[in-house]
Ligand binder design. Structure first.
Ligand SMILES: C[S@@+](CC[C@H](N)C(=O)[O-])C[C@H]1O[C@@H](n2cnc3c(N)ncnc32)[C@H](O)[C@@H]1O
Length: 181
């Protein structure tokens, strides 16, 4: 009996460690973007109601909920971790946004973003190296990308936040974009 509580406690710690650090092996650990950064990013993109936003590695769904709830975007979260996918679906339902937000339990590397208007990416440099430049070939000419904290190498941002944590990219496809085209 006396061992039950410590055992539960250890299981919870193990679950938390797995949820936060296990995804490192797939592309990035879990660290939620602050809401101020999310709002600043969506303002930079001049996000319009009805546009489609993808959050690559959507975590607990906070980017999706803000984008759908405050900006009227249609949102898709791609999340590899089943626990975070479940938590974020729960959050989306609680906010009454299930008609606007889909969360897919998939790998970000195995997806076609051709219908995206906005990509929000908060993933490691290694993950960005795997995504770029291929992902640029899928995007519409009007698509915008926000990278939080980590930015793709050799791709000049259109704008960088003062704290150098938010990297905004607006493309004019058909023209050469840095070294990628
Ligand atoms: C740094 S967190 C960002 C969470 C969220 N986008 C935010 O800004 O609050 C990175 C997320 O990507 C997820 N992830 C890591 N590798 C992934 C992969 N290959 N495919 C999909 N999701 C992945 C992790 O589980 C984690 O939730």
């Amino acid at each position: 009996m006396s061992l039950v509580l410590p055992a539960i406690f250890l299981c919870l710690i193990a679950l938390a460690v797995l949820t936060i650090y296990m995804p490192v092996f797939f592309g990035a650990p879990w660290h939620p973007a602050p809401s101020s950064a999310i709002q600043y990013s969506l303002d930079l993109c001049e996000a319009k109601p009805g546009e489609i936003l993808y959050d690559l590695g959507s975590g607990d769904g906070r980017v999706l909920v803000t984008a759908a709830g405050r900006y009227g975007l249609r949102c898709v979260g791609i999340e590899i971790d089943p626990l975070k996918a479940w938590i974020s679906r729960f959050l989306v339902r609680r906010m009454g946004l299930e008609g606007q937000v889909d969360i897919l339990r998939r790998s970000v590397f195995d997806f076609d973003y051709a219908d995206a208007d906005i990509l929000f990416i908060y993933m490691s440099h290694q993950a960005l190296d795997r995504l770029f430049p291929e992902i640029l070939r899928q995007l519409k000419p009007t698509a915008r990308i926000i990278c939080y904290r980590f930015c793709p190498r050799r791709l000049e941002p259109t704008k960088v936040s003062d704290e150098k944590t938010i990297f905004f990219y607006r493309f004019n496809k058909g023209n050469r974009v840095n070294e990628y085209y």
